[in-house]
Write a protein that binds this ligand. Structure first.
Ligand code: ZN
Ligand code: MN
Length: 478
């Protein structure tokens, strides 16, 4: 009997707005605990929440980027529970009228993972444990805006889970609404897992996996959980509704809460925030500000720019790198050369994720574009372009100045034929070998020409000229 995996994921994504969702406190990670707090986010009685407009904008952008319908009327609800991370006793969230509905993320196979909805909510405080097992509470996170992206149970394999989460994270980073750092908690997933016999239609009891801090650990946890549930079914045992966590040491999922501990939230309408109308014009305005999505960009780079998948993938991965590439390769015919230049000469030297994420050219884009055009028109070789680029970075001089200085040592195009003829004359043996079919012998000539032209010409160009000159002199002899 074969079993299949049924998985749906609820992803909490912290929005990188400057201030919190319902008060003016700074939304910042890693600061001294309890320094960004006020009566509103500490939940004092009698205070009124005021919705941060940026939160709405970011949530709409997230919805548009994941093919959702943006609702025209939205509302907020209170999710009631008592816990030390939630001083006011309820979380403001959206239960009845969420902001986005019916979206999807398309996987590389073409399969669409449906998104049931996206809602806005506030984060709770962060709990820390010290060495004496005291619980410390940092209210800096209390009231930080989140969106929760709720997928349908459409995920069937581990690789689909991995791709879905990577795409979701990529999209959110691209549109700039979150940094989605799982290790810092700005992206957190609740993963619902159940199994069923292949061919059946009903959904069986699911378990929920929580607090897993990387995509690779999520994949491992689901793999374990799938096997565990299949075993139970084969033994005729019942799968209990429970919340489980992943133990990285034992590589097993373990029980956190059982069904009897499941909370009853008793949602009700948040009376302090009125229903909000979202104008069509506002949605259209935001839609226009969206960047080209990574999938589309990748396809365009391969089809229109003739880049390899690998080149395109490297450039598209970070939005700022892709945008720099587009500026720098403007009007350049051979885009692949520019791609290689940026990847090998600049991108490869970056070490950290954040350097790549916040990619910035060390010189201005126009200058590098000019340099790339010179390279494209074959007025300079790639290695000469690299030399000029390095001089620009080191000496902070502008392109024209460096180019003028270096150009004096460069050879004019008309002159190269003369040099080729001379080299042919001085290397009769190599020419003879070449004429007798030892094609490799021409490399000696190419090297000689390169030496005498200060690397101003590419090898393939020299080869063309040499071949032309040699075939002419052949004719003379006949
Ligand atoms: Zn506050
Ligand atoms: Mn939630």
């Amino acid at each position: 009997m074969k079993y299949e995996l049924i998985c749906g994921i609820e992803t909490h994504i912290e929005l990188s707005t400057k201030t919190k969702a319902f008060c003016g406190c700074a939304n910042s990670f890693g600061d001294t605990p309890n320094t960004h707090v006020c009566p509103i986010c500490l939940g004092h009685p009698g205070v009124l929440p005021k919705l941060n407009k940026k939160v709405l904008e970011y949530a709409i952008l997230a919805g548009l980027a994941t093919n959702c319908r943006i609702e025209s009327t939205i509302g907020f609800d209170r999710k009631n529970y008592f816990y030390r991370d939630l001083p006011k006793g309820y979380q403001i969230t959206q239960n009845h009228f969420p902001i986005c509905k019916n979206g999807y993320i398309e996987l590389s196979s073409g399969k669409k993972i449906r998104i049931n909805h996206i809602h806005i909510e506030e984060d709770a405080a962060k709990l820390l444990y010290d060495n004496e097992k005291n619980i410390l509470i940092d209210y800096n996170r209390s009231g930080v805006p989140l969106i929760e992206v709720v997928s349908e149970p459409d995920l069937r394999t581990l690789s689909e889970i991995k791709e879905y989460l990577e795409k979701l994270r990529h999209i959110m980073r691209y549109i700039g609404v979150s940094d989605c750092k799982m290790q810092e908690g700005s992206m957190r997933c609740d993963v619902n897992v159940s199994v069923r016999k292949v061919g059946e239609n009903q959904l069986n009891m699911k378990t929920e996996l929580k607090n897993i801090n990387s995509i690779s650990h999520i994949v491992k946890a689901v793999e374990y959980e799938f096997k565990r549930q299949v075993e139970l079914l084969k033994e005729g045992k019942e799968i209990l509704r429970e919340t489980r966590f992943y133990n990285e040491n034992s590589k097993k999922t373990e029980v956190m809460r059982r069904k009897e501990d499941q909370k009853e939230y008793k949602y009700f309408k948040e009376p302090d925030i009125p229903m909000i109308k979202i104008e069509k014009s506002e949605i259209e305005r935001l839609f226009k500000t969206l960047p080209e999505m990574p999938d589309k960009k990748l396809k365009r780079y391969v089809e229109e720019y003739n880049l390899t998948e690998m080149q395109a993938y490297t450039l598209v991965k970070y939005r700022k790198v892709a945008e720099c590439f587009e500026e720098v390769s403007k009007d350049v015919k051979n885009k692949s050369k520019v791609a290689n230049f940026i990847i090998n000469e600049i991108f490869e030297s970056l070490d950290t994720q954040s350097d790549k994420q916040n990619f910035k050219l060390p010189i201005n884009e126009e200058s590098l574009n000019k340099l790339m055009l010179l390279m494209d028109e074959k007025r300079i070789t790639t290695s000469f372009a690299k030399e000029i680029y390095r001089t620009m970075v080191e000496n902070n001089k502008d392109l024209n100045q460096i180019f003028d200085e270096k150009k004096q040592t460069m050879i004019d195009k008309k002159e190269i034929e003369k040099i080729c003829k001379e080299v042919i004359k001085n290397n009769k043996k190599a020419v003879e070998d070449y004429n007798f079919g030892k094609k490799k012998a021409i490399n000696i000539l190419i090297e000689e020409v390169m030496k005498r032209t200060n690397k101003s010409f590419e090898g393939e160009e020299i080869l063309k000229i040499l071949e032309k000159v040699i075939s002419y002199s052949e004719k003379d002899h006949r």
